[in-house]
Design a protein around this ligand. Structure first.
Ligand code: CTP
Length: 402
């Protein structure tokens, strides 16, 4: 099965590490990149060695670390050129004021700065230093120069720094750095396309303290939103209540109930080229929600329910030249039910899940899907992370012309 979707798997990444307290986070970043399947080489400055020893990086990357231009007799003098040619992406984390100054001015006096002059692939620079240093005119001018050279700069986080000051200068969490690197390297094949995504469960109030919902975590929809944004799309995410932070660069519209989701989707749908409805919308809601908490002495033992609007069906009926993708979560007869929904709701594609296995469907980090197309074909997709599945689904949507 081919997946053109973007991941760091098999990519050649060079991690540049400078001498700063935050160098300990580079170890975690390296671990994350290796976990994604990237082949990582580490180039560190002499000062970085005061904070983390090269053996840690060597053990995790399974490769020799480059620290000096002249350390070993073999290929040290030219290895930085070879590594620069081979690299698909470079990330410098933490980037000190010193390396930023050197890069801005073309100084090549150690392994990392010399290597950087030979690099032609995308570069992500992650500054981390004392707040006043970061705010200094010199550093700000140099960062401006790097921007002008086409380097991507990851804004440092704010907070209490190791030196005791508070303000911007902290190296962001390694997960944020990994995401920024992925976004930098991802192909921009959805540039200019407007994608509307729904995610998460809805909550249907019984009274102010009780509601009906389902176990949807929102992970699948958020993964699609993130993947689409990374690939250059303008993404609007309409989301029921979840515990996940909205992805970077995505317009997020939070809703609670199916009715609110319906209003938001119908308001937004005309602005979208592609609509992906991964939300687990409640099919029923209490016929009348009580405005005050129902006391158990007064409660009836049965709830009167009514149907919510089928949002996907309404969108299918109204859609013009738009690609519409629905989801079908079933406990049995997936093929029949999913294909039925495709037709009944005028969809271009349905992503079907068999609910029940612990590694797929609600709440899991992985998913096993079958994709049903309008032409009657079906594609079974192996178990994979929701992130990989998100990219694969976007590949398929792209083929449909969305
Ligand atoms: N859906 C929707 N509005 C609803 C219910 C579902 O938009 N009120 C959408 C979901 O976002 C999903 C698709 O319809 O993309 C399928 O949802 P699902 O609950 O599996 O199916 P239903 O069509 O509701 O049918 P049934 O519950 O009978 O299986």
């Amino acid at each position: 099965m081919d997946t053109m979707g973007f991941t760091l798997e098999g990519k050649h990444i060079v991690l540049g590490v400078c001498g700063g307290i935050a160098a300990y986070k580079s170890v975690e970043l390296l671990r994350l990149l290796v976990k994604e399947g990237a082949s990582v080489r580490v180039v560190m400055t002499e000062n970085a060695g005061h904070f983390v020893g090269p053996m840690t990086f060597e053990a995790l990357s399974q490769r020799k670390v480059c620290r000096t231009l002249f350390a070993t007799a073999d290929d040290a003098a030219v290895q930085h050129i070879h590594w620069a040619e081979e690299a698909d992406g470079v990330v410098i984390a933490p980037a000190t004021a010193n390396i930023i100054g050197k890069l801005a001015n073309g100084i090549a006096d150690d392994a990392l700065s010399t290597f950087m002059l030979a690099v032609t692939c995308p570069v992500l620079v992650c500054p981390a230093m004392n707040t006043n240093m970061f705010a200094s005119r010199q550093v700000q001018r140099n960062i401006g120069l790097l921007n002008g050279f086409g380097y991507a700069i990851l804004e440092p986080g704010s907070g209490e720094l190791a030196c005791g000051t508070t303000g911007p200068g902290r190296l962001p969490d390694p997960l944020i750095i990994r995401d920024a690197l992925e976004a930098l390297l991802a192909p921009k094949d959805f540039a200019g396309r407007r994608v509307l995504i729904t995610a998460g469960p809805t909550r249907e109030a019984i009274d102010p303290v009780r509601y009906i919902t389902n176990p949807s975590s929102g992970k699948m929809g958020y993964a699609i939103a993130r993947a689409a944004a990374m690939r250059g799309a303008h993404v609007t995410l309409i989301t029921g209540p979840t515990s996940i932070a909205p992805p970077e660069g995505v317009v997020c519209i939070p809703v609670i109930s199916a009715a609110e989701m319906a209003t938001a989707v119908l308001e937004q749908m005309d602005h979208a080229d592609i609509i992906i409805k991964s939300a687990a919308v409640a099919d029923f809601r209490p016929a009348a929600a009580a405005s005050l908490k129902v006391k158990k002495e007064d409660a009836a033992l049965s709830l009167q329910l009514e149907r919510t609007q089928d949002i996907l069906k309404a969108v299918g009926a109204r859609k013009k030249n738009q690609v519409l993708v629905g989801f079908a979560a079933e406990t049995h007869e997936l093929d029949r039910f999913a294909a039925g929904k495709l037709k009944a709701k005028n969809l271009d594609m349905v992503v079907g899940n068999l609910i029940g296995a612990p590694d797929a469907g609600f709440g899991a980090d992985t998913n096993r899907a079958s994709i049903y197309y309008k032409d009657g074909t079906c594609e079974a997709v192996d178990l994979m992370s929701k992130k990989d599945l998100a990219h694969l689904l976007l590949d398929r949507v792209g083929r449909l012309g969305g």
